[in-house]
Structure formats: structure tokens, C-alpha cells
Ligand binder design. Structure first.
Ligand code: PLP
Length: 392
């Protein structure tokens, strides 16, 4: 059987897949089984942050695999402790970390942190005083588990096929709507600073700073989902750094280990969990956290050498030019850093642009609000960017 038939026969059909089969990658280029080359402006939906076949990452994975891949979280794990130290150091916040394996799992941990905070801080013995409600935003995306899909502010994801969903989540249209929605059971607000799946839509700095201040005054947690925006994607280590706020909980995943599954919830509630409160068999094992350390080594160098900022500017110039030259196709360019998008004037143009780009050997992504989304590896070279836009 060929791969397509094997896939059809044995893999559940939860993805709308095309039939291209990639067999290798180098830098920001991918090659399919016919030998065709593609420039990767998608990095596996923001995951391959240091590109494909990066030597520092590959060496770290191979060396660690030869020594130890996994023990369990019943013992200390050296690279996990070192990665936690690194993440906290780079964030600039006084926090501790919990390690899982995905963005959804990181957000699940965040929600458990919020619920426990709601119990220990507000419940004086009567259950109805416990705070447990989490407010999220329309167009948000927080994951596919039953809880994180309920946290996701897009009704399309709340199919009755999977109901009932957990209680305690509500969605508001704008940041300003949050204030009127808070009641005496609200424990947290969970937001993305740039809504990725929702159309690469950044919020205004001032409105986020105002929200952060108001939440602090009311003892309500500000939880920032940086699964997509984190780890230099927006040009700074965290989008929270860019917005100059101090969230109570931050979640990371995607780009952190360059493709090895990882998810992290970090919080300034440093003593919120006691042994037994939460766990994950694979979370933060030797392999994923060694990969995370290698990725940070590469990306810290990209940032400090100025290379990342140059690429951010080059990408922005190209998108500005395209949006200006093709108003018949795109209404505006959106995003921050290397998390960018072009808003197509309608969904048909979005689809046509995406499939034509693929034909030309360029991988771009779809996002909400008719957006053609760009999430290139953060190590992409100038030549690859220029060639990618030629193809576009
Ligand atoms: N949160 C955000 C902002 C995301 O973009 C995603 C994935 O696209 C998730 C959470 C879920 O992450 P995962 O698919 O790793 O569970």
C-alpha cells in the first residue's frame, strides 16, 4: 500500500490532509517524496522554530538519547530543572514551571492552577464562595481537550458531538467586555496577546496593560496563553515582555523544543501545587527538555546578534509591499515579529492564494478572519525569505 492508502486505512480522519508526503528538511526548506523543494513559511504551525536539521538541536537530541531518554517525574531531571531556570531567567518574572507535552496540556495546568487559587484564596469553608470561572475571548484558541476546547472562544469548536463540556468558561467579544463580565465567582482571564488561529490579531498594548492592572487590583489571575506567541515568535522571548505586563500564569509549547513535544505552565503562584495535585508521565523528560535547552541556545544567539530583528524587518517590508500592491487580494497585513498574516478580502481568495503558493513551492498557513498566516522558522535566512516571497 502507498502512504496515502495506509493513512486512509489506519489513521482516524480527524484532519483535512492533503496527500503531500515530506521526506526531509534542511534549514527552512522541505522536500517531498518526488524531490520537490518547498520554502517553509509555516514551521509545522509554529513548532520548528530553529528550522529543520538544525545541528545544535539534532546533536542535543542524539547525545541525550544515547544517555537517557526518560525516567519519570518521581526523580529530579537535570535538563528539566535547567530548562525551568532558563525559561524563568529569560522571562524576567519570578515564577516556577510545570512541564507537560503540548499547548493544551499547558493550558489544562493553567486552569488547574486557577481553580486551586480560587479555592485556597476565596473559599472560606463554604463551597459557593469558591471562585472557578475563567473568562476568555472570542476568536481565541486554547486547545482540543474537552476543557481547553471549551475555553476556546469559537462556537464552531463546541460541537454537540462532544458535549457536555465543563462548566465555568465564558467568552467575551473584546477586552473592554471583560470588566462587565466579572462576577464573584470569576477567578481568571485567559488570553492570547496575538490571537493566532483567530487571525493573527494582536491586541492593543494600552488595553492589555489596563486589563493587567485591573485584574491585579481585584485578585483575578491574568493568564496569558503564549503557546504560539512565546519563545521569540513575536520578536521578544515572550509577547508578555513586549506588552510590558506581568501575568500570573504563562503557557508555552510549540516552538520551545523545536518539534519535540513539550508544554509548560509557568506561574508566580510558586507554591500553588503540592505533590499529587498534578502530573504528567512524559512531561519534561530528558529528551524534550534537552531539546528545549538547545533551542533556547540557538534562539538567544539569533536574538542577541540582531539577526532575528533583521528578519522581522525584512518580513514586515515584504508584507507591507504586498498589501499595498494587491488591495484587490488583501485588505491589510497583521501580526507581530515573525507571527504575521495577510487578510484576504474573502475566503475564496485566501484558499486560492494558499493552494497556488503550495504549487509554487511555498508553505503558508490558514487562520481565522480569512488570514493567510506566516510562521517561518526563526532561523530562516534572508535568502530563504527573499526566495519565499518570489514564489508567493
Ligand atoms: N493555545 C494556542 C494559542 C495555540 O495556538 C494552540 C495550538 O495551535 C494551542 C493552545 C494548543 O496547542 P497543542 O495543539 O499543542 O495542544
Amino acid at each position: 500500500m502507498n502512504i496515502e492508502s495506509l493513512d486512509k486505512a489506519f489513521v482516524l480522519s480527524s484532519y483535512g490532509r492533503n496527500t503531500t508526503s515530506f521526506v526531509k528538511g534542511k534549514g527552512s526548506k522541505l522536500y517531498d517524496d518526488t524531490g520537490k523543494e518547498y520554502i517553509d513559511f509555516a514551521s509545522g504551525i509554529g513548532v520548528s522554530s530553529v528550522g529543520h536539521g538544525n545541528e545544535v538541536l539534532v546533536d542535543a537530541i542524539c547525545n541525550q538519547a544515547k544517555k537517557l531518554i526518560h525516567t519519570s517525574n518521581l526523580q529530579v531531571i537535570e535538563p528539566q530543572a535547567r530548562l525551568a531556570e532558563r525559561i524563568v531567567g529569560l522571562s524576567g518574572y519570578d515564577m516556577r514551571c510545570f512541564f507537560g507535552n503540548s499547548g493544551a496540556e499547558a493550558n489544562e495546568a493553567a486552569i488547574k492552577i486557577a481553580r486551586k487559587y480560587g479555592k485556597v484564596s476565596f473559599d472560606n469553608g463554604e463551597f459557593d464562595k469558591k471562585r472557578y470561572k475563567v473568562i476568555t475571548l472570542e476568536h481565541s484558541f486554547h486547545g482540543r481537550t474537552i476543557t481547553t476546547v471549551k475555553a476556546t472562544g469559537q462556537d464552531d469548536f463546541h460541537s454537540p458531538n462532544f458535549s457536555p463540556y465543563p462548566d465555568g468558561f465564558s467568552h467575551v467579544g473584546t477586552i473592554d467586555d471583560v470588566y462587565g463580565h466579572i462576577d464573584d465567582e470569576t477567578v481568571a482571564v485567559l488570553i492570547e496577546l496575538v490571537q493566532g488561529e483567530g487571525g493573527v490579531q494582536p491586541f492593543e498594548r494600552e488595553e492589555i496593560q489596563k486589563l493587567a492592572l485591573a485584574m491585579k487590583e481585584q485578585g483575578i489571575l491574568l493568564m496569558v496563553d503564549e503557546v504560539q506567541t512565546g519563545v521569540y515568535r513575536t520578536g521578544e522571548f515572550l509577547a508578555s515582555n513586549l506588552y510590558d505586563i506581568e501575568p500570573d500564569v504563562i503557557t508555552l509549547a510549540k516552538g520551545l523544543a523545536g518539534g519535540v513535544p513539550i508544554g509548560v505552565a509557568t506561574t508566580n503562584l510558586k507554591d500553588i501545587f503540592e505533590p499529587g495535585d498534578h502530573g504528567s508521565t512524559f512531561g519534561g523528560n530528558f529528551l524534550s527538555t534537552s531539546a528545549g535547552l538547545a533551542v533556547l541556545e540557538v534562539l538567544e544567539e539569533e536574538k542577541s546578534s540582531g539577526a532575528l530583528d533583521e528578519k522581522v524587518n525584512l518580513f514586515a517590508e515584504n508584507l507591507d509591499r504586498i498589501a499595498t500592491n494587491y488591495p484587490n487580494l488583501f485588505s491589510q497585513n497583521v501580526g507581530l515579529g515573525l507571527m504575521l498574516g495577510l487578510r484576504a478580502v474573502d475566503s475564496k481568495i485566501q484558499q486560492t492564494v494558499m493552494s497556488n503558493a503550495f504549487e509554487e513551492g511555498l508553505i503558508v498557513l490558514k487562520a481565522g478572519r480569512n488570514t493567510v498566516r506566516f510562521l517561518p522558522p526563526l532561523t530562516i535566512t534572508k535568502e530563504e525569505i527573499i526566495e519565499g516571497f518570489n514564489r508567493f
